[in-house]
Ligand binder design. Structure first.
Ligand SMILES: Nc1ncnc2c1ncn2[C@@H]1O[C@H](COP(=O)(O)OP(=O)(O)OP(=O)(O)O)[C@@H](O)[C@H]1O
Length: 793
């Protein structure tokens, strides 16, 4: 018990605080300021009296003893201590710093700047003290003992030249860091002063002339007031308008006198340029730096190259001379059989095919060679021959012949290539290698949507994995989000591991990867809502595309309180589009077409793959909005035409051999190969790192049949119900995103309020991705409606 009592009687320890009250600051400030002044006086006086006072230094107890220093014994001793025993003339810095500190405390200015003054001031004091050490070998008055000894010490170790060099270096540091001096500024200042001298010289020269002309005018019959009564002493003022160069920080007056005595004097006044003031956004950027979308996952590590394997077991591409010669002879022979002479032939060996470029003899018709495609293929007895007549931009005819030993192009080699690593693109994709063995990198953001077709087993899934891998190697989780649709349920499951890093999903769904058709419809419509919301944001920010928007947001020119946010790119990947169209038809096609038409500017990009590129799957409207297309091997010429608007895809050899077009010419590529275990490793690597709390949530979309039951219970209404109703009635637009912005609500709450408004008959039913109609025309009508409601209860 006694112990307990002891404990309770213990008084809590007082915290020691160094915070000064306002009065204390004023007292301390004035003390320091006056001390600084006292030091300045005693130092100055010391230089005149030190010889006389020399013998009295150190004697305090003899009251009658007087010294010559203006501050008597105190002044003589303190000055002796700081100047003679200390830093010489440089001790003035100390006096100034103490005085300055006094001013800072007196006016209670921020102390950060003061610290800087002390740091640089002390450095300067030491520097000058050592510097004067060079000059006064006999008396240490200029440098003080510290400066003299320090100089001596440096010279003992570095010699005179070494010491000068060290001192120069410190001086440069001061000039560059503290005074922000650069060679350009120095040159500019020299030029400026040179110009000033010249102009001064010129104006002094011209003044008498001006006077003469003035006098000349006077003799004329002009009667203006200024010239009618010229007197010898008269001065006149010419006010010069501000000239753009050179800017001067303050108003300056320049009096120009002519050489002749008692002559007209001219005063030139140059107005100072107005200072530019930082805008709010510039100030925010200065204070907090640019907005960094990566900050939340700032420790995120990008996947390493070691996670990818090298599949080129056979080593790099080898040129089989025999095979080349054989093919060349056969081509020449076949063409000769049809009386087509060849002037020149050149071969480029790629990973899977070799391109033979032919320059036919003059007068040979190109269509003739094109028609012989099948005959040449027959005589070369090889699958996958493609004839390009002519090769655009080269003036030759190309014959692509598959190699006997095709080489796999590893994802590792394309990801590790300089072309991909140095690519300055928004969404870089390394597809593989071209026929001339160059890494082929394109920007998905520029495509802007990609259609991919190929018969089963020809490399579509590998191609999709290559695209996703490319983006994972280049983009931070905050910058891009994937919406993955995988009706086959097996192809993209590995990406589940990176759900909270890179995937986007509907708020109520468990899995981010969408496998069932109704969910696909909801997701597509949700993306349409997101697209519309993004367009609203872009409009509000007065920018044309997501890149400009994000730049503006990073520069803190857009206020997050107005609903603005950093917009990540969204890449929608659909692996088996035919399946979706078969089961959902128009319901899928409409939002896809809408997205394809409009979403490019807001950073939503589509990648759609299909096994069956038939016209009822890839309809005209979809095709028109997917300018970038990839074809793996397809089974018929018709399919090739559907996907590429050209034949050729039926002639490919499979296993990643593909044709790529972005609206104009076809490029034959060997798709990079990335195996499932590699994707597994990459997603493991990313998945094991710190993630966002949840997958990126897309806006909620309530399908027609899955709509929530409309409950018109007044008690259950949201607190902001009335305010929300007013906002929508005034805007005559029933959109949840408008509520989000105006009332600063989350999406879910805004959605709930919209449902309640619908139940109350204020807004109309859901109309796809369009905003709902508002059924109440004015605020008065709204008040009436709500009043009637309460009466009826
Ligand atoms: N770029 C490539 N390089 C080498 N081999 C490849 C390449 N792409 C695909 N292959 C080979 O082809 C096989 C089938 O590829 P993939 O699974 O991508 O075909 P798919 O078109 O997606 O077929 P499906 O439509 O039936 O899913 C792979 O297992 C692989 O052996």
């Amino acid at each position: 018990m006694a112990k307990k009592k002891k404990k309770t009687t213990k008084t809590p320890r007082k915290k020691i605080s160094f915070k000064l009250s306002k009065q204390q600051k004023i007292i301390l400030g004035s003390f320091l300021f006056l001390l600084g002044v006292a030091l300045l006086i005693s130092f100055t006086s010391y230089f005149f009296t030190w010889k006389i006072d020399q013998s009295e230094i150190g004697i305090f107890n003899e009251r009658e003893l007087q010294t010559e220093n203006l501050l008597n014994k105190f002044g003589a001793n303190i000055a002796h201590f700081f100047i003679y025993d200390g830093f010489g003339i440089a001790a003035y810095f100390l006096a100034i710093l103490i005085g300055l500190t006094g001013i800072y405390y007196f006016f209670d200015f921020a102390k950060k700047q003061l610290l800087r003054f002390w740091f640089w001031g002390l450095l300067l004091m030491l520097w000058f003290s050592v510097f004067f050490g060079f000059f006064n070998e006999k008396t240490t008055l200029f440098s003080g003992i510290i400066g003299f000894e320090a100089n001596d010490y440096l010279q003992d170790y570095l010699g005179l030249i070494g010491t000068i060099l060290v001192m120069t270096f410190i001086a440069i540091i001061y000039l560059v860091v503290r005074l922000k001096l650069t060679p350009e500024k120095v040159i500019g200042a020299i030029k400026k002063s040179k110009n000033e001298v010249i102009s001064e010289f010129k104006s002094t020269e011209t003044t008498p002339k001006a006077k003469i002309s003035e006098e000349g005018k006077n003799t004329n019959t002009s009667n203006t007031e200024e010239v009618s009564e010229p007197t010898e002493e008269e001065t006149f003022e010419v006010v010069e308008k501000p000239t753009p160069t050179p800017p001067s920080p303050s108003k300056e007056k320049l009096i120009l006198k002519s050489e002749t005595e008692g002559d007209v004097e001219m005063e030139v006044e140059q107005a100072a340029e107005e200072e530019e003031v930082d805008t709010l956004s510039e100030k925010l950027v200065k204070d907090y730096g640019e907005f960094d979308p990566r900050l939340e996952l700032s420790k995120y590590r990008f996947p390493t190259l070691e996670l990818l394997r090298d599949h080129t077991i056979g080593g790099a591409i080898t040129i089989d001379q025999e095979e080349l010669e054989e093919n060349k002879n056969r081509i020449v022979e076949t063409l000769n059989n049809y009386k087509i002479g060849i002037a020149n032939i050149k071969a480029t060996v790629g990973p899977t095919v070799t391109l033979y470029e032919i320059v036919p003899d003059a007068g040979v018709r190109i269509s003739k060679i094109k028609n012989l495609e099948d005959d040449i293929a027959l005589s070369l007895s090889a699958l996958g021959i493609r004839i390009i007549a002519p090769i655009p931009g080269r003036g030759t005819i190309g014959i692509e012949v598959p190699n006997k030993n095709p080489k796999i192009v590893s994802m590792r080699s394309v990801i590790g290539s300089a072309k991909f690593q140095n690519a300055e693109m928004e969404l870089p994709i390394a597809f593989g290698k071209t026929i001339s063995n160059e890494t082929f990198v394109v920007d998905l953001a520029k495509m802007p949507h990609l259609l991919m077709a190929g018969a089963t087993g020809q490399g579509k899934s590998v191609g999709l994995n290559a695209i996703l891998t490319s983006l994972l190697y280049k983009k931070h989780p905050a910058e891009v989000k994937f919406v993955l649709v995988d009706p086959k349920k097996v192809e993209l499951t590995l990406f589940n591991k990176i759900e909270r890093h890179f995937l986007a999903k509907l708020p109520d769904s468990e899995d981010a990867i969408i496998t069932d058709t109704t969910k696909v419809i909801n997701t597509l419509n949700s993306l349409c809502i997101e697209m519309d919301a993004r367009y609203d944001l872009l409009k509000d920010a007065m920018v044309r595309n997501i890149k400009e928007y994000n730049t503006k947001f990073k520069n803190r020119k857009l206020n997050p309180n107005d609903g603005h946010r950093f917009l990540p790119y969204i890449v929608l990947v659909i692996d088996e589009f035919a399946d979706l169209i078969m089961t959902a038809g128009k319901e899928v096609e409409t939002p896809i077409a809408r997205l394809a038409q409009l979403a490019r500017a807001v950073g939503i990009h589509l990648i759609v793959a299909t096994q069956r590129p038939s016209v009822n799957v890839i309809t005209g409207i979809i095709k028109a909005n997917f300018p970038a297309r990839i074809a793996f091997r397809v089974t018929s010429k018709i399919d090739s035409r559907t996907i590429l608007d050209n034949s050729g895809a039926d002639q490919l050899i499979g296993r990643g051999d593909m044709l790529y077009t972005q609206g104009n010419e076809l490029t034959r590529l060997q798709c990079a190969f990335v195996d499932t275990p590699e994707v597994d490793d990459i997603t493991d690597f990313i998945g094991s790192q710190k993630a966002f709390p949840d997958a990126h949530l897309l806006p909620e979309y309530v399908g027609e049949e899955g709509g929530t039951t409309l409950d018109n219970d007044i008690k259950d209404r949201d607190k902001l119900f009335r305010e929300a109703a007013e906002v929508l009635v005034i805007a005559q637009q029933g959109s949840a995103s408008l509520l989000q912005r105006k009332l600063k609500l989350g999406y879910n709450r805004a959605g709930r309020i919209i449902d309640q408004l619908e139940a109350a008959g204020i807004v109309g039913p859901f109309e796809g991705s369009k905003a709902r109609s508002v059924l109440v025309p004015t605020i008065d009508a709204l008040n009436q409606l709500l009043e009637n409601e309460t009466k009826n209860i």
